[in-house]
Design a protein around this ligand. Structure first.
Ligand code: NAP
Length: 278
């Protein structure tokens, strides 16, 4: 375990990055640098001039890309970033990737070819999309309308992902490994919303939409085109059945079972996150 290494955590205010920072601190790691547009120095994927100051003096980096490794410009950005990081002496890169995204695998390959030591952490959809991201608002509104209602996904908890990322950053035995992280159970969107409805005691309506109807709804709400492209990609490609299986990599790395969606939902409900705002 290398606790005195200097670690840059990108997406340090995001769903997994925030937890990685907390968990590294709990492990006694004192040299953690936040990678965020609001940090000092700031880090912005869209402004390569910010990268060098964030990387200076760093040994290892946890890479969470924005918005997604599958977007067409990602490979070029990751190539440029990993080259810069290697030039500046970064020896270990832990990459958060998406499970079943073949475009993301091009970025994984770039990291594998460039970093001296690397670990790839491929994750399925996060539980926290329901509480820290785009599903939260419709849940509070009591009406969730989504495409691919029948798709089965093994939702993973961001805490488990962060625990694996921390192990990968601190333990050399994870070098050269590709992990596929899933939760312990396959669920449809309708089932996840039903679970949240049960633990909150609120009626939350679920409406199954076609992908076309969903994207035109997003257009009506004036959601930016590139976000609509990404949503369309994720719902049409990643949820086509290719990821409808569970893996045991969380247990393999952490020596304990992956967190189930029910545990996530029942622990979170009493915080009031899903309650109607007054
Ligand atoms: N969500 C999922 O279900 C899921 C599943 C598998 C893989 N992934 C992958 O995980 C990664 C993170 O995805 P996420 O959507 O869940 O986001 P996230 O980790 O919650 O990260 C959001 C953070 O990204 C930062 N950010 C936004 N634009 C940025 C930019 N231009 N430069 C630097 N930082 C920026 C923002 O922080 P600041 O405002 O502090 O800069 C924001 O807090 C993505 O690569 C995604 O493909 C996600």
């Amino acid at each position: 375990m290398i606790k005195d290494q200097k670690i840059l955590v990108l997406g340090a205010n995001g769903k997994t990055g925030r937890r990685v920072v907390e968990k590294l601190n709990q492990q006694g790691c004192e040299n953690i640098r936040m990678g965020s547009r609001s940090a000092n120095p700031p880090f912005d994927w869209e402004n390569p001039n910010t990268w060098e100051a964030s990387l200076a003096g760093i040994d290892s980096v946890y890479i969470t890309f924005q918005p997604d490794l599958a977007v067409p410009s990602a490979a070029e950005t990751i190539q440029r970033f990993t080259k810069k990081a290697s030039q500046l002496g970064i020896t270990k890169m832990v990459l958060l990737s998406g499970r079943g995204e073949k475009e993301a695998q091009i970025c994984e390959q770039i990291v594998m070819n460039t970093a001296r030591h690397w670990t790839i952490v491929r994750a399925s959809w996060f539980n926290q999309n329901f509480s820290e991201s785009f599903f939260l608002e419709p849940i509070i509104a009591g009406h969730v309308a989504l495409p691919r209602a029948e798709a089965l996904e093994p939702f993973t908890d961001a805490d488990d992902i962060a625990d694996v990322a921390v192990q990968a950053l601190l333990e050399d035995k994870h070098n050269g490994q590709i992990y596929e992280l899933t939760g312990p159970r396959l669920l449809t969107f309708q089932q996840t919303i039903a679970e949240i409805s049960k633990v909150t005691g609120r009626e939350i309506k679920f409406e199954a939409l076609s992908l076309e109807a969903y994207t035109s709804m997003l257009k009506q709400y004036q959601v930016p085109e590139d976000f609509i492209w990404l949503v369309n990609y994720l719902f049409s490609e990643v949820l086509d059945g290719r990821n409808a299986s569970v893996t045991h990599d969380i247990e393999k790395v952490l020596g304990r079972k992956a967190k189930d969606f029910s545990e996530y939902a029942s622990k979170l409900a009493p915080t009031g996150i899903w309650d109607v705002r007054s």
